[in-house]
Design a protein around this ligand. Structure first.
Ligand code: NAD
Length: 293
């Protein structure tokens, strides 16, 4: 049965590496990396994500700044807050917690983040460079970056392999496919209009799923020996759990773990890597803005 790709322990190792590098940066230059989070509205889930990001920053020595704007803020007010952070030298990374309230245009807001502080990698210029041969984006989106980092740390060769990404969202599926291609895999993208997703997925040596449908990917979808990275986080009813539900991925773990050679669990796979990559992007940004090698 498949080896478990332990995202939780890899993420811990990365956070320890980051904490060590932050000490070095501070000793040599006096600079402390800073991450600013812009939260618009009062969604409970977004508040939880922001709180977790702030805690993770503190644990490695990154100073976090937060701007909370009310639900009925205007786009101009949010953009003004972003410009304050763009111009603040103690801030090296800015992230706008998504989703934004419905009356706002996400593109206008994400465009306002200075590309040199775009630690989420969602600015169109950073995404555009990711898609172009021979160009380097300043930042790669955290979740897909975390998926590739897991493959690297488990010595999974990507070059020349067939990869299938299920899902094509701007924040996960699409950049994951671009990253696999940059690492010289041959990549297919399966999405909600794909015919015979099972047959296409079965050709893959590496599968990354980012869909949001519990148990979509069955054992029969997977080529024996493939490596499976499950980004999905889906609540399913569970009377035995105190909350009444538990979280599962897009992959039917029970079946797929019998066929794959390695697989990420949910939780404890990609999830912890996302925050680790955010911290890593913030540190790189501080180093770049202060010319520290
Ligand atoms: P999204 O809803 O924006 O995109 C889902 C994608 O899946 C779409 O491109 C759609 O075409 C595709 N899709 C939908 N139904 C499909 C089907 N039946 N077959 C094939 N493709 C189908 O979602 P997202 O933001 O990319 O997130 C996807 C999942 O990943 C969610 O469960 C989310 O909670 C999770 N997620 C996890 C992390 C993490 O850190 N682990 C980060 C972001 C998202």
């Amino acid at each position: 049965s498949a080896k478990i790709i332990d995202g939780k322990s890899v993420a811990k190792q990365i956070r320890d590496e980051i904490a060590g590098e932050i000490v070095k940066l501070k000793d040599a230059t006096g600079v402390v990396p800073g991450l600013a989070v812009v939260l618009v509205g009062s969604r409970k889930d977004s508040q939880t994500y922001v709180r977790n990001k702030k805690k993770a920053c503190e644990a490695v020595g990154i100073t976090s700044y937060e701007a909370n704007l009310p639900d009925d803020s205007t786009e101009e007010e949010v953009i003004k807050q972003i410009s304050l952070f763009n111009n603040d030298p103690s801030v090296h990374g800015i992230l706008v917690q998504l989703p934004l309230p419905r009356h706002m245009n996400e593109e206008n807001i994400l465009n306002a983040v200075g590309i040199e502080k775009d630690v989420d990698g969602f600015h169109p210029l950073n995404i555009g460079r990711l898609a172009m041969q021979g160009r380097e984006s300043l930042f790669v989106p955290c979740t897909p970056k975390g998926c590739i980092e897991l493959l690297h740390r488990y010595d999974v060769e990507i070059k020349g392999k067939r990869a299938v990404v299920i899902g094509r969202s701007n924040i996960v599926g699409m950049p994951a496919a671009l990253l696999l291609q940059r690492a010289n895999a041959t990549v297919s993208i399966v999405h909600s209009y794909t015919k015979n997703p099972e047959e296409i997925t079965r050709q893959a040596d590496i599968v990354i799923t980012a869909v949001g449908v519990a148990n979509l990917v069955r054992g029969s979808w997977i080529k024996p020996g493939a490596v499976v990275i499950d980004v999905g986080i889906n609540p399913v009813d569970d009377a035995e759990s105190p909350k009444g539900y538990r979280l599962v991925g897009d992959v039917c773990f029970e079946e797929v773990s019998k066929v794959a050679s390695a697989i990420t669990p949910v939780p404890g796979g990609v999830g912890p890597m996302t925050i680790a990559m955010l911290l890593s992007n913030t540190l790189s940004s501080a180093k770049r803005l202060h010319n520290f090698q």
